[in-house]
Design a protein around this ligand. Structure first.
Ligand SMILES: Cc1cc2nc3c(=O)[nH]c(=O)nc-3n(C[C@H](O)[C@H](O)[C@H](O)COP(=O)(O)O)c2cc1C
Length: 174
């Protein structure tokens, strides 16, 4: 595959509850280049699954946007922003909604990505576009869990399909 240097500045932002979306984000920033940072809700979500599910359902129904811990990068300085979240109940998780709402992303190219378990499907491209009305939101990269050993190939394929020029293919993920 022919890879060229990308002159555009890339930021990778992810919310991950149990680590899968984080691993996808790591692969994207490793292969595409750019800065990467996770987002964290100020109040962590419960550890127990029934409690988590109940809280998430309520937050999604109420369009609740949790308060986040400070984020070190301003998207203002970037041309391309990758935004990732687990699929929670067929949509993106409230912390990513909160980050999208709290940042000015007009005119940016946004590339959503998500981790899911093969359950209720979502439409992350639509969800992100619903908040980022003045951004160009591209097709979502959907990965089952963390993509396992295929993650580099999955991400490389997506980046070439979406015509994001790459810094290089010398990425070795553990
Ligand atoms: C509260 C909750 C709701 C979920 N809803 C869905 C869903 O609707 N569809 C789906 O495919 N997976 C769903 N999942 C599974 C997660 O998307 C999946 O485990 C994902 O890999 C988690 O990513 P993370 O490790 O970055 O948090 C849900 C998980 C949780 C905890």
């Amino acid at each position: 595959m022919h890879l060229e240097k990308n002159e555009k500045k890339i930021l990778v932002v992810a919310y991950s509850y149990s680590g899968n979306t984080h691993k996808i984000a790591q692969a994207i920033s490793c292969i595409a280049g750019g800065d990467f940072c996770d987002i964290y809700p100020w109040q962590p979500y419960p550890m127990s699954f029934p409690e988590l599910l109940e809280q998430v359902r309520k937050e999604i129904a109420a369009k609740y946007r949790p308060r986040l811990l400070p984020f070190p990068y301003s998207p203002h300085n970037y041309d391309i922003v990758f935004v990732g979240s687990p699929n929670w109940c067929g949509t993106i998780a409230p912390p990513l909604f909160a980050w999208l709402k709290g940042n000015e992303l007009s005119g940016k190219d946004i590339y959503p990505f998500c981790s899911h378990c093969g359950g209720v499907p979502g439409n992350m491209q639509k969800d992100v576009q619903s908040i980022c009305k003045k951004s160009k939101v591209h097709k979502c990269l959907s990965v089952i869990n963390d993509g396992g050993e295929e993650i580099e190939n999955i991400v490389t394929q997506y980046l070439s399909e979406t015509n994001i020029l790459l810094y290089g293919n010398c990425c070795h993920l553990k």
